[in-house]
Design a binder for this molecule. Structure first.
Ligand code: NDP
Length: 246
């Protein structure tokens, strides 16, 4: 990490225009980070988030690309990250295409894997060399409780999120000695666009804290992992789920 407290740091937030990613970007901005904010298509939401970040006194570059598209990721990030290595990468982009396994189409399977898991490979590889060269960096992947314990109707999503955990742990073993720290945050049920149609009355009894999570609950943990200078947390999966899984 950049040890000079006066100097702003830089975070790349993937899928930062809405929901959890937006809250992460805003909290990082308030904690001294400038932001490279990626989104896929919702330019209006991205611009609104950028304005909110700038209002916090941080700089913000918008980066439109689809993480599933390896060439698009390289074009957008390779030179930029080589020139200015980010201090932190938060891989938050994710989609769900829920269906029971017996009915699941190949498209539903591959769209989710291509975005949630291949996207992590595409993006992380572009920033990893620069981080290793600088001998500093924080990488946080946003997984899910579904990736830890499985969820019926989400074989594709659970596989992608469990894959992220395996990938992050293996990467942590590769790069820890270079001072690049890799961790996973696994949210439970968080109130965002993604979960707006879920039956809250059936879910609440499963959550010991008896409430759904808020985006700030996740942002707080991610920011701790990215910003805390005193850090011996590495290769870990931190659940943010109100006790839904323990
Ligand atoms: P939202 O659907 O609210 O936001 C998703 C964000 O990811 C948007 O910024 C979207 O950009 C971006 N995105 C989606 N696909 C791509 C892509 N292919 N390339 C680049 N950006 C993309 O999701 P949430 O905030 O609810 O979820 C964020 C993360 O947290 C996801 O990985 C999700 O799986 C995970 N999670 C969420 C939980 C929840 O309860 N909400 C629980 C557990 C995990 P755009 O605006 O352009 O579409």
């Amino acid at each position: 990490m950049n040890d000079d407290p006066e100097k702003r740091k830089l975070a790349l937030v993937i899928g930062g225009s809405r929901g959890i990613g937006r809250a992460v970007a805003l909290r990082l901005a308030r904690s001294g980070f400038d932001i490279w904010l990626n989104y896929r298509s919702r330019r209006d939401a991205a611009e609104e988030t950028r304005d909110a970040i700038v209002a916090c006194g941080a700089a913000c570059d918008l980066l439109e690309f689809d993480v599933a598209d390896r060439e698009a990721v390289k074009t957008a990030l390779s030179d930029k990250a080589d020139l200015t290595p980010p201090d932190a990468l938060v891989f938050n982009a994710g989609i769900a295409r829920d269906n029971l396994m017996v009915w699941m189409t190949h498209e539903e399977w591959s769209e989710v894997l291509n975005t949630n898991l291949n996207g992590f490979f595409h993006v992380t590889q572009t920033v990893l060399f620069p981080m290793l060269r600088e001998k500093r960096g924080r990488i946080v992947a946003i997984s899910s409780t579904s990736g830890q314990i499985g969820q019926a109707g989400q074989v594709n999503y659970s596989a992608s999120k469990a894959g992220l955990i395996g990938a992050a742990k293996a990467l942590a073993r590769e790069v820890g000695k270079k001072n690049v720290l890799v961790n996973v945050v696994a949210p439970g049920v968080i109130e965002t666009d993604m979960t707006q149609d879920l039956p809250t009355d059936r879910i609440l009894p499963l959550i010991p804290q008896n409430r759904l999570g808020q985006v700030e609950d996740v942002a707080a943990v991610v920011t701790f992992l990215c910003a805390e200078p005193c850090m011996y947390v590495h290769g870990q999966v931190i659940g943010v789920n109100g006790g839904l899984a323990m």
